[in-house]
Design a protein around this ligand. Structure first.
Ligand code: AMP
Ligand code: GLY
Length: 429
């Protein structure tokens, strides 16, 4: 088979790495890929949202399966476009990619199917939204409706802060049309966790649980980022909790959508807040999580291509996922200054040495290869994942590999996995 992977981050390198292990796969292409995918795949210089050009490429090259990493092509309808051309593609169609592409659509679906989530109101005018914020008081959460590169959510500790967020979204149009509507919702307290599932429309197959670390500094301090690290499994996601998520969230959502003739096919990511009143949905993503995927897939024993084909063909009832029982820790290495301004073009040293650490694997994100050297080309540079008999050992191995790597202004968090490692044992039962 020939497989095309769309995207350029650590998640896509990880997908390429896992897909390359499949006996069925003869050749992999990445559009556009990065310095790391270059060793496994042929990088093709087509932007992930240039759907028409991707479709042309897939047809001309005779691609048998296309796997979409980021949300933008899904929200722009790549699955509809490819299916219309008779091309096999993994992901939901545009109408359901809106579960991620529109927070208004997502919250309306949550309300319609009675899923547990924060109470909310939707506004398309600033004045009414401001009145509501003053009436509710803080803490309060303000969200731009559309895609905003992960920057459209403001968790506000004061009314002033919420009004400032509202102005940035609706008046200054910081996120363009994505701010035509906003969601204002109650602020939930608790621990966050991610649950990822394959769905073929009839059957749901959950992946191993995971948790990511969104803040830039140790101890969950500083700015929100695209994720500074992740680990799997997440002890907070117990079997009982998983069952609750299935009966209270996944079944009502997917059955409700089915009844409307909307069949969800692909990967569904639930961002959850584990509150005292049970799990509540913070967000849906319609794709593999980043960096969760880089902590989950090293543990998966199945042939990922077989699972993806079963998802597309409606055969997930025939699939049982098998997991390496060892935990995996993935640490994200970034350019100093990220998520704000940072410099690019720094040479990266020590990658070969790092890859020699046993059970460690280095996924590239913002890198490019020139001759035999690697250089930084983005804020998120590398994802260093490692398996170990215990979470402590997995963590130690990931950091052992990182110690071998260096580039100017390199930064990473040193406490990935802390939540699971500091949890009192009784909570793990
Ligand atoms: P979202 O993209 O909607 O998941 O929001 C991004 C992040 O904002 C989440 O991972 C949470 O950390 C936080 N967040 C979103 N909604 C809420 C909420 N209702 N209460 C507390 N934190 C939230
Ligand atoms: N780790 C969060 C995300 O993939 O959106």
């Amino acid at each position: 088979m020939k497989v095309l992977i769309i995207g350029s981050g650590g998640r896509e390198h990880c997908l390429a790495w896992k897909i390359a292990q499949s006996d069925r796969v003869k050749e992999i292409f990445c559009a556009p890929g990065n310095g790391g995918t270059q060793g496994l795949a042929r990088n093709v210089q087509i932007a992930p949202d240039n759907i028409k050009a991707l479709g042309d490429f897939a047809r001309e090259e005779g691609i048998d399966l296309t796997v979409v990493g980021p949300e933008l092509p899904l929200v722009k309808g790549i699955v509809d476009e490819f299916q219309g051309r008779g091309l096999k593609v993994f992901g939901p169609r545009r109408q359901l990619a809106l579960l991620e592409g529109s927070k208004v659509f997502a919250k309306e679906a949550m309300a319609k199917f009675a899923l547990p989530t924060a109470d909310f109101r939707i506004f398309s005018a600033e004045v009414q939204a401001a009145d509501y914020i003053r009436q509710k008081g803080a803490p309060i959460v303000v969200k731009a409706d559309g895609l905003a590169g992960g920057k459209g959510v403001f968790v506000c500790g004061s009314v002033e802060e919420a009004l400032k967020a509202l102005k940035a979204i609706m008046v200054d149009k910081k996120f363009g049309k994505s701010g035509n509507q906003i969601v204002i919702e109650d602020c939930l307290q608790g621990e966050e966790a991610s649950v990822l599932v394959f769905s073929d429309g009839k059957n749901i197959v959950p992946l191993a649980s995971s948790q990511d670390h969104k803040r830039i500094y140790d101890g969950e301090l500083g700015a929100n980022t695209g994720g500074m690290g992740a680990y799997s499994p997440a002890p907070a996601v117990t079997d009982v909790l998983e069952q609750k998520v299935n009966t209270e969230i996944l079944q009502p959502l997917l059955c409700g959508l089915n009844n409307e003739g909307k069949i969800y096919v692909g990967m569904l990511y639930l961002g959850l807040m584990l509150t005292e009143g049970g799990p509540k949905v913070l967000e849906f993503n319609v794709r593999f999580g980043d960096p969760e995927t880089q902590a989950i897939l090293p543990r998966l024993k199945n042939d990922l291509v077989q699972v993806m084909l079963a998802t597309i063909e409606g055969n997930l009832d025939k699939i049982t996922l098998l997991w390496d029982s060892r935990p995996c820790v993935c640490v994200v290495v970034v350019s100093g200054g990220y998520p704000q301004d940072y410099e690019k073009g720094k040479q990266i040293f020590g990658l070969q040495e790092a890859a020699k650490v046993s059970d460690a694997v280095i996924f590239h994100a913002g890198t490019k290869k020139e001759n035999e050297n690697y250089f930084t080309s983005g804020g998120r540079v590398l994802n260093v994942a490692a398996l170990g008999d215990t979470l402590e050992k997995a963590k130690a191995r990931a950091y052992e590999a990182i110690e071998k790597i260096n580039f100017e202004n390199m930064y990473f968090r040193r406490d990935i996995g802390w939540r699971a490692l500091t949890k009192p044992k009784k909570e793990l039962i």
